[in-house]
Design a protein around this ligand. Structure first.
Ligand SMILES: NC(=O)c1ccc[n+]([C@@H]2O[C@H](COP(=O)([O-])OP(=O)(O)OC[C@H]3O[C@@H](n4cnc5c(N)ncnc54)[C@H](OP(=O)(O)O)[C@@H]3O)[C@@H](O)[C@H]2O)c1
Length: 333
């Protein structure tokens, strides 16, 4: 296997003298941070966090210049760690990637060995990135709900931000496991697609963002929420006794105003989901499940392919809440 070439292409965001810029640049191996494993990046993906990293006011990038891309999949070209040999197919996502060290929007990456996941049998690198951090987060949320006691037949499960990466994958995973899945979406023209993923009922964003009493009729056995703000209090006050909500995101805002009643009168659980810093052993186990029993087969058609040259509109679209499924980035292919 060859090592990293003297120059390679990367999509870079930068801020110099308070002027924000972004675009393709040529990098050299010395521009990459330290790490035991060098990877020729085949594929990456576009996540909400990448959209934030690629905008001047996104408050995600911690260093400049930065190669965004919190996801990457590729082939090891050099390794100082015995677990990874040149030629091995690997994934890395989360941790500091694309935030405070260079991520997946470059033809080569250098990462710590304990951030690396072997590409599970049964998934191609492109399929893994079609899932990416969004799909991984959805799977983590489902696992957290199941560990809390949710199982098919315990009642309907609500998924918010339904047409987004986390939401659409959660719908597909849950319905393929046999759950009755309801979706909250602001895009009524996407009901037909969400039905193909397995959603059986719909609520509007407005219905779940309305003011309500501290406890309302018990409705949901569980929920996956990537929206936050007014939506999460609605879920808490309508969860069935003993139910849980996996809180994954804040697409509509970070504030949380609720009462203690769902917790002390119905035993509701607020399950925090942090995909970025989940330990590597659990991370590898979830990827193995994403390749097997949690694999969302219905999702494949809603994947749009972009390249380093054409990914900017996708970054802007996800920031503008226009996501409909997932984007994969063909970096080296
Ligand atoms: N905890 C973690 O480890 C983790 C990992 C990945 C992502 N996240 C977070 O999870 C959230 C979703 O990520 P994603 O990749 O799925 O993003 P995404 O693809 O952009 O999807 C977000 C979805 O939320 C809905 N939405 C957007 N703006 C909204 C608003 N103002 N009010 C109500 N709903 C709104 C939209 O769905 P509809 O149009 O269908 O309503 C949108 O498609 C983000 O906050 C992201 O930062 C967290």
């Amino acid at each position: 296997m060859t090592a990293i070439p003297e120059t390679f292409r990367a999509y870079v965001v930068d801020r110099q003298d308070d002027v924000f810029s972004r675009g393709l640049r040529t990098l050299a191996p010395g521009d990459l941070p330290d790490g035991e494993v060098e990877v020729r990046v085949g594929w990456s993906s576009v996540n909400y966090k990448d959209g934030l990293a690629a905008t001047a006011d996104g408050k995600v990038a911690r260093v400049y210049p930065l190669v965004p891309g919190i996801d990457l999949a590729g082939t090891v070209v050099r390794s100082a760690h015995p677990s990874f040999v040149p030629g091995a197919a690997v994934i890395a996502h989360g941790y500091d990637l694309g935030v405070s060290r260079h991520g997946g929007y470059a033809e080569y990456a250098r990462v710590p060995a304990d951030w690396v996941v072997p590409l599970p049998l049964g998934l191609t690198a492109r399929e893994a990135m079609a899932l990416g951090t969004a799909g991984f987060t959805a799977a983590m949320a489902v696992v957290a709900l199941e560990e809390r006691g949710l199982e098919p037949g315990t009642g309907p499960v609500l998924v918010t931000g339904a047409t987004g990466g986390v939401g659409s994958t959660a719908i597909a995973i849950l319905s393929e496991l046999g759950y009755e899945v309801w979706a909250v979406t602001g895009k009524s023209d996407e009901h037909a697609w969400l039905e193909t993923l397995g959603a059986v009922g719909f609520l509007t964003r407005e219905e779940v963002a309305a003011e309500g009493r501290s406890l309302e009729t018990e409705r949901w056995a569980g929920a996956v929420d990537s929206v936050g703000a007014a939506t999460l209090p609605y879920i808490l006050r309508t969860l069935r006794r003993g139910g849980g909500v996996a809180a994954c995101g804040n697409a509509s805002g970070p504030a949380l105003v609720t009462t203690v009643f769902p917790f002390i009168l119905r035993g509701a659980a607020l399950l925090g989901i942090d995909s970025a810093y989940l330990g590597i052993a659990k991370r590898r186990r979830i990827w193995d499940r994403l390749a097997t029993d949690l694999r969302p087969r219905a999702l494949a058609e809603r994947v749009t392919e972009v390249t380093l040259e054409t990914l900017e509109p996708a970054l802007d679209a996800i920031r503008a809440a226009e996501a409909r499924g997932r984007w994969v980035v063909r970096v080296g292919g």
